[in-house]
Design a protein around this ligand. Sequence first.
Ligand code: NDP
Length: 273
Amino acid sequence: MRETDFFNGVQVPVIGQGTWHLGEDAAKRKTEVSALRAGIDAGLTVIDTAEMYGDGASEELVGEAIRGHRDDVVLVSKVYPHNASRSGVVAACERSLRRLGTDRLDVFLLHWSGSFPLSETVDGFDHLRAAGKIRSWGLSNFDRDDLQRAPDGCATNQVLYNLGSRGIEFDLLPWQQRAGMPLMAYSPLGQGPTLLEHPLLAEIGDKHGVTGAQIALAWVIRQPGVIAIPKASSLEHVQQNVGAGAVVLDAEDCLSLDNAFPAPRSKQPLDIL
Ligand code: NDP
């Protein structure tokens, strides 16, 4: 699978794994842990989680899946805006590390902008970096103007990006690409059925011998500097998502997708889930 620069010169595969809603149902735990592990073994090594997901249940499940494999993964977690004071960020990180069963995060993100000044949050991130508890920090759900004003050192911005939500192509994505700041695309499958049942995806999928979901994912990563983090709770979905990394869309595919899912022609408000 193609790789891209992430933080501090670290290269990562352009498809990783999301984990929102994983770990919330005890009956599904074994399957979810196996799916996540299989994804890691197959190269989907960027794992995205957050203290918010299942009130820590996702981080605990990730901790179980990476036990004994910490060095094989690039761990991303997020702090709630209401915990993003200087001391709050540090305490939230300690709790996340405990749940994840590790001594460091690779990237720690502010989940979305809140009431604490960003400079204060970044002070907390810097403190954690100096203590070796995080390797880098970033933001999530920031639009271009706010991102431009952010203190130096932001490793990534994680935002909604899929065929049904292309607003960031107007200015945010080009700005991040020019700045050399990788963009983490969340909900790259549009959270499932509504987007994935579009007949054009199946049609293009048939042409390439893959599924519509794989086309949707291949489309997200066609852009340089984009890392997609689909969430999958079954082995079958994980394997398909790995396979999407090898799908190359041609000009005709991209044109039909542009007609069905038009690119923005003007500035759009940032879509947020
Ligand atoms: P996704 O777009 O990743 O869609 C997940 C859905 O797609 C699930 O129903 C999953 O089913 C299904 N799916 C996965 N793979 C396939 C496949 N190959 N074929 C068909 N269906 C498939 O939605 P998410 O909202 O989960 O986004 C991904 C991740 O992004 C989150 O898990 C989270 O880590 C992050 N995120 C970050 C946000 C932020 O504010 N920073 C906001 C939202 C998400 P199944 O589970 O059955 O496999």
